[in-house]
Write a protein that binds this ligand. Structure first.
Ligand code: ATR
Length: 277
């Protein structure tokens, strides 16, 4: 029988997950069906209950339900615990396992697809909301020399850096700063994990944060040259990326978790890439 999966969100029309997972299923020869579910606010649990009762085996979760999925779980992975949010669920009888693959997908895209090692490098993470939180553990596992978490609201950066220090491997130096404290510092990899790009806003950071040869990575996907990427480009940065690879890699992680086989991602990334201009 065909195994059923879905992505739940509100809105959900925009989601590329069905395309991605059906492409993975085809290339790996897995017999699955993957659909979109429009969740109603306040009815997350009832909607997921119904999907499970109809034989559903797993779901991805997108906004605004990542916290609801976390609460719905019976077991949470360390990544989900740290992020306080889930982006994938697996149903096994009465058990509901949740994961958060966003951070691991992001790091895999950077280190593997973009061939940009983070070990021993200076890394700047802009933002201290949900997206930044999700990236924390996988970033630290790469053992950068320095991880600076910079946020408009410094208190949130400080709180995140406290958590980060409890999870450092090796001798990574973790620092929390306000966006206005970045002058005079430069980095090899700069991530924009703020939600500014979703509103075409620019997080106020000096163009000098980009070291020669730096990679500028926008976690948002499909927005073309965002104000952050334009800032980087104007500063002479040649390595610009958006979150298309992160999207494909977190999906591949979920697929492997569900199906026990890791699909290749390059073709999906190629098909979903929106030019950065
Ligand atoms: P997400 O889940 O996308 O991370 P979030 O948890 O609401 O969303 O966090 C949004 C992040 O983007 C925060 O770090 C926010 O900064 P504050 O903590 O100071 O609010 C940041 N952010 C949003 N708009 C921004 C802007 N225009 N400039 C700088 N930072 C911005």
């Amino acid at each position: 029988m065909t195994d059923r999966y879905a992505v739940i969100g509100n809105p959900i029309d925009f989601s590329k997950s069905p395309f991605i997972h059906m492409a993975f299923a085809e290339v790996t020869g897995q017999d699955i069906d993957y659909t979109k579910v429009l969740g109603s606010l306040g009815e997350f649990a009832a909607t997921v209950d119904a999907f499970r009762a109809a034989g559903g085996q797993g779901m991805n979760i997108t906004a605004p339900f990542k916290l609801d999925a976390f609460d719905y779980a019976t077991e949470r992975s360390p990544a989900a615990e740290l992020a306080g949010a889930a982006n994938a669920m697996k149903f096994e009888g009465d058990r509901v396992l949740v994961e958060n693959f966003d951070g691991v997908g992001l790091v895999r895209d950077v280190v593997h697809n973009l061939a940009c090692p983070m070990k021993g490098r200076r890394v700047l993470l802009l933002g201290a909301g949900g997206a930044a939180r999700g990236a924390l553990l996988p970033f630290l596992a790469e053992q950068p020399a320095v991880l600076v978490i910079a946020n408009r609201t410094v208190a949130k950066a400080l709180a995140l850096s406290d958590i980060a220090r409890q999870h450092t491997h090796g001798d990574t130096q973790v620092l929390a700063l306000g966006l206005d404290q970045l002058l005079g510092r430069s980095f090899d990899v700069v991530f924009n994990a703020t939600s500014a790009s979703l509103r075409a806003e620019l997080p106020p950071v000096p163009a000098t944060v980009f070291a020669p040869g730096a990679l500028a990575y926008e976690l948002a996907y499909g927005k073309g040259l965002t104000p952050f990427l334009r800032l980087a480009q104007n500063a002479g940065v040649q390595r610009l990326a958006d979150g298309v690879g992160m999207l494909a890699e977190q999906a591949a992680e979920a697929f492997a978790w569900w199906r026990g086989i890791r699909p290749p991602t390059s073709e999906v990334i190629r098909q979903l890439t929106v030019p950065l201009d």
